[in-house]
Design a protein around this ligand. Sequence first.
Ligand code: NDP
Length: 685
Amino acid sequence: MNVLAKQPRRLESYVGGQWVVGAREGVPLLDASTGVPVAFIDSSGIDFKSVLAYGRDKGGPALRCLSFHERAAMLKAIGQALMERKEEFYALSAATGATRADSWVDIEGGIGTLLSYASKGRRELPNTRVLLDGDLEALSKDNTFSAQHILSPLHGVAVHINAFNFPCWGMLEKLAPTLLAGVPAIVKPASQTAYLTELMVRRIIETGLLPEGALQLVCGSVGDLLDHVEGQDAVTFTGSASTGQRLKTHKAIVQNSVRFTMEADSLNAAVLGLDAAPGTEEFDLFVKEVAREMTVKAGQKCTAIRRVIAPRSYSEALIGSLRDRLSKTTVGNPADEAVRMGPLASLDQREEVRARIRDLSADAKIVAGDPDNPTALSGDPQAGAFLNPVLLYCEKPGSASSIHDVEAFGPVSTIMPYDTAEEAVDLARRGKGSLVASVFTNDPGFVEEVVLGIAPFHGRVMIGNRVSAKSSTGHGSPLPGLVHGGPGRAGGGEELGGMRGVKHYMQRTAVQGAPTMLSAVTGRWTAGSDVRADGEHPFRKSLAELKVGDQLITASRTVTLDDIEHFANFTGDTFYAHMDEEAAKANPFFDGRVAHGYLIVSFAAGLFVDPAPGPVLANYGVDNLRFLTPVNPGDTLRVQLTCKEINPRANAEHGEVRWDCRVSNQNDAAVAQYDVLTMVAKTRN
Ligand code: NDP
């Protein structure tokens, strides 16, 4: 299908395994620059109860059959396939009003997020279908009753209701963690830019990589879909606070305790430090960042800087610098390469932003830009939704309200002066909870006071200074590995944050029982679980032969004073506790000279290692190393090494094996406890 045809198309929804067109012709969606129809949207006639059931019954089980690594590999292949088609997305994205640079954030930023989840999923999650959360909780002295928290995928569907400003990224940043968790999704893009989301979903489905039912798309209203959500479903929403609040209190969502994540209006602040006077690098960086945040995506970004908090004595210089910079922003049709800022998403959206500027004008005066008389380098300034950047200044921000309450979702920011760091913190907090704030300063004292003062009101805080200037990802960029969301007005939700985002689609359960029963659930050996000692050294076994619980009890070795002195002189670690009897005795923890912890670990390796070449390929570290009892000359060490977890890698000839290593003395007291991490071949050569 040629979705880039010049004739406007009727968008289709992908539901129940097929592309369907709405029963009616639909509402026209207009090119943001020209006002010419791009597509028609309508979803009438879709049976939304069946759409939910299809996801739950078909997509869910198919995804849950796959391990985290298999799902991660699927995301990677989809990301690569989308990247190959990226020019097609760029071509259509221009109709949304996005410049090439704006589209890069949306298209390649979105695909990059998908690929990042693919790679993090493979590196940070085990190749299993259940996640362990935290350590084993011992509930009995004799190790017969313990507990382990686990996370398993919800058996429902994730309904993602997205905003118009990022038709690709907005979908992919939610889809990646959802699919990685093993949960199917129904995507509902905002109507205004749904044609771009529809194109991307079409290309995803065409890859044939996703199990049927894992991804459905609704172009147009979701009708009565929310009436049918259940306790295993999750709903995420990005958009206006008013719609978000209405959906959050929807009867079925409240009655069935459906997980609801909301990201709504956010009056993000940027604070200029008291030290960052005009002429400093931080001042220049601040000006650049504020202007950039005002103009990228024509300010239609949930993370854009709306409130510019600056020392009063620098305000005049700041207004001058920003006015200069903003006046150089060429506004127009993004099809023209000279254009740096495109139009807003629609004429309605421009009217909405103009109305909000009027609200802000109750407390602030316009110091740059004219909202009512746009100038455009190319395109008709009336037919296209063009709006030049508008900068306001509020003399008394402490007693004003609209500047802290009204989000003008466009290229609009307000400068608010402050005199003390405490006042800056107070002004930032007046946003009542935001997605992000940035602080530009080179003064660690200022940063400590301000960041700790505003952190509880923000999901992310970025500190800008001369050192990070070149490598900084900037105020406005949510990153796959970092939390995106904010408290209070920002909706109270949390997305991304690396593997944290995956867990939002999983249920945490505390499982209690005898260790062997817990191991059966978790796939991880714990103290007290059954062991197997079949006489063969576990290092001789390939992954195909090795079993969780395979155990080796080693021979013993007595530690001598000579050993300690040899180790001290050999390594150079002549710390008094190993070398000076009197000083060691005076230490409250020791009763005379003790062996080095690393000597114990080294002797342990000498006891448990099987030296001949074999399936064990490498030791890549230890986890959770603790020295529990001092070892004095004359003590005898023995090791109990147990296969704790086996994690075969997809598409590789080897996997990771975690060994529980307990080093004990002649009284069977544990002197050291840790996990040994090794790479082991899948088969014997
Ligand atoms: P809306 O809240 O109207 O829409 C957001 C999403 O919700 C869209 O997908 C919309 O679909 C959908 N929606 C609307 N009503 C319902 C409903 N009853 N049931 C289910 N879904 C529904 O916001 P807009 O996109 O119109 O943007 C308006 C304002 O929201 C902006 O001016 C800005 O202030 C704010 N906004 C904030 C964002 C943020 O991240 N902080 C992002 C985007 C907007 P449809 O488009 O089909 O109506």
